[in-house]
Design a protein around this ligand. Structure first.
Ligand SMILES: [Zn+2]
Length: 118
């Protein structure tokens, strides 16, 4: 337990609510949300779904809403919600181009020449 520097209330700094909103260690979750003291950009890593183990893409999201929208669309399109590791969706795919609040920070795409031939 710690005491918040803003409202001087005692709070659990190891709680899920604190981990979710972030902020400094001596700021309670409520004050972090009210004062907007969390400034870190949350990154999101997703598999590139080209069938290569090394293929990942790192995304920066402006807010939680755009992050959730991206994850939802990615899982829908990749078949992750059905326990399948392929780009097959029985209900059609969600358009992911031009999603707002999303920036690609980096990617590590697998070698498409998977037979090792030049
Ligand atoms: Zn507080």
């Amino acid at each position: 337990m710690k005491v918040c520097i803003h409202c001087e209330e005692e709070f659990d700094h190891l709680s899920r609510a604190k981990a979710k909103v972030g902020g400094k260690i001596n700021e309670c979750p409520t004050c972090v949300e009210l004062l907007g003291t969390e400034t870190a950009v949350r990154y999101l890593g997703v598999p590139s779904n080209d069938g290569k183990m090394a293929g990942i893409q790192i995304i920066a999201c402006d807010d939680d809403a755009s992050r959730e929208a991206y994850i939802r669309a990615h899982r829908h399109n990749s078949g992750m919600n059905k326990g399948k590791a392929c780009n097959i969706s029985m209900t059609g795919s969600t358009v992911m181009g031009g999603m707002r609040g999303i920036r690609v920070i980096g990617d590590n795409l697998g070698n498409p020449n998977h037979k090792g031939k030049s």
